[in-house]
Design a protein around this ligand. Structure first.
Ligand SMILES: [Zn+2]
Length: 485
């Protein structure tokens, strides 16, 4: 059960560690045993649930990775192994005394004990991972989890400093993904009047712009690339977004230069003081974390999860060191992962009180390098190196004179046996020279990603079309036009 956020977010460090150790003991003894995957893992390692007493003890377990969870063509039911599934036998063995007493008491009074269990454990809502690797992986939520999703949505807006008297607009694409639903429940739980638009494909950019004006929206939750498109259109149409005070970004990494570009557009629609707040989320975390100001780090929820950083060999690093983000659930049901390696690299986790808001929860420092979700884009024939195309997003969106872009991977001479080619289609902003933009794109891709690219000029309108800004749930920034092998 989650704790009062006002209290937990200001607990002294030592009490927070006690709380997390207590949660480890409780979760590993009474909840995780319902997971077929982790039950088998413990058997294999000859460990027992009582071996896990502190957050240090969880290092006894190996890391869980995407490859362990994702369904394969041969075994589509694999993700089910990660869903907590208590049965009578397991409940007798692992439930707390309080839980057992409650269930027995209900049976005696002929009440529906099954309904109570279902409320806690039965999956009733599903999100999918967005990675392009293999098959999408479902992450399920029980009714209990949806309560946590609402609670964490409320926490997000609390950390962001958003009060009830604001008007919100949810522009995340309506889909079985975390962004839309977290913003939906977050606004609801925070008591904010909000419009869930479903994004450009569902409601359309024109109507979203109308709503921003008419409802005098103060807070907008949106994907960065679509936000830029929306604002560019708004500038063209001389819209008035002067009530806008907050923008919450999700789904993509946001570079400082991109923030500046967004702020410049905002000034043109009368919104000169907007706080742009980035979130850090992953389908596997089942929720998101946010910064309280633009560079204070993502504020964690120590009563719900434990986050550690590990080195290349998977060993936990010291507190002031950088490493890969590894996540352990301490209070979710439905699909649950423990020591899940994200592949995301963080500069560090800060454990001192936040200099801006004073909250004492751990904060993941903001410069996170996202892993590549796109393993099929191994450009092995380009310098024989693996290329992490997720890094293209911050590079491109940070180039000043560049308006829109799309990366196309194709085969040289259209010959399936020839080399892979990377082509960037770009449009220059009004007043910017294409040649200048081209050389900057070439240079940045060479310096920061060690790959050579060809740059071809397009108009912004052409790119809006090929990106699917108005027709796709999420724009197609990277297009693989190589023939399927
Ligand atoms: Zn803070």
């Amino acid at each position: 059960m989650y704790l009062d956020w006002q209290k937990v977010s200001r607990l002294p460090r030592a009490e927070q560690q006690d709380l997390q150790n207590q949660k480890v003991r409780w979760f590993f003894r009474h909840k995780l045993p319902y997971s077929p995957y982790y039950r088998r893992l413990l058997e294999k390692l000859q460990l027992s649930w009582s071996d896990f007493k502190t957050t240090d003890d969880i290092q006894k377990l190996p890391l869980t990775s995407k490859a362990d969870i994702a369904p394969t063509v041969e075994d589509r039911a694999r993700p089910r192994q990660f869903i907590l599934q208590p049965d009578e036998h397991l409940i007798k063995k692992h439930a707390t005394k309080g839980e057992l007493l409650q269930l027995v008491g209900m049976k005696i009074r002929k009440l529906d004990a099954k309904a109570v269990l279902e409320k806690e454990y039965k999956p009733v809502h599903i999100h999918f991972t967005t990675g392009r690797t293999a098959l999408p992986t479902p992450f399920t939520y029980s009714t209990y989890d949806l309560m946590l999703l609402r609670e964490t949505g409320r926490r997000l807006f609390n950390v962001a400093g958003l009060s009830r008297d604001n008007v919100g607009l949810n522009a995340f694409p309506y889909s079985p993904h975390l962004g839309f639903w977290l913003a939906y429940y977050g606004f609801l739980e925070a008591g904010i009047t909000a419009l869930a638009t479903g994004g450009g494909k569902i409601m359309g950019t024109q109507k979203i712009m109308d709503s921003l004006e008419r409802l005098k929206v103060n807070a907008m939750a949106i994907i960065p690339g679509y936000c830029y498109h929306l604002l560019r259109e708004a500038v063209k149409q001389r819209r008035d977004f002067s009530n806008l005070k907050y923008i919450f970004f999700g789904a993509e990494r946001v570079s400082p230069a991109f923030r500046e570009k967004v702020k410049e557009l905002l000034r043109h629609v009368g919104a000169s003081e907007v706080s742009i707040q980035a979130t850090y989320a992953s389908t596997e975390f089942k929720t998101a974390w946010i910064q309280c100001a633009e560079h204070t780090g993502y504020h964690l929820y120590p009563d719900l999860e434990f986050v550690e950083l590990v080195d290349e060999d998977g060993r936990r690093v010291k507190e002031d060191e950088s490493g890969e983000v590894v996540y352990t659930a301490l209070d979710w049901r439905g699909t649950v992962v423990v020591r899940y390696r994200t592949g995301d690299l963080a500069q560090g986790i800060e454990y001192t009180a936040c200099p801006n808001c004073g909250r004492t929860v751990p904060r993941i420092l903001p410069d996170i390098q996202r892993r590549s979700d796109m393993k099929e884009f191994h450009l092995t024939k380009i310098k024989g190196e693996l290329v992490n195309l997720n890094n293209v997003f911050p590079i491109m969106s940070g180039i000043k004179g560049l308006d829109e872009w799309q990366l196309v991977i194709r085969k040289k001479n259209n010959d399936p046996h020839d080399l892979d080619e990377l082509v960037v289609h770009v449009s220059a902003k009004e007043g910017a020279a294409f040649n200048q933009v081209r050389s900057e794109v070439e240079k940045k891709m060479r310096d920061e990603m060690q790959v050579g690219v060809m740059v071809e000029e397009k108009t912004t309108e052409e790119l809006i079309g090929s990106l699917g800004m108005e027709t796709e749930l999420k724009e197609k920034r990277i297009l693989d036009s190589r023939p399927k092998q």
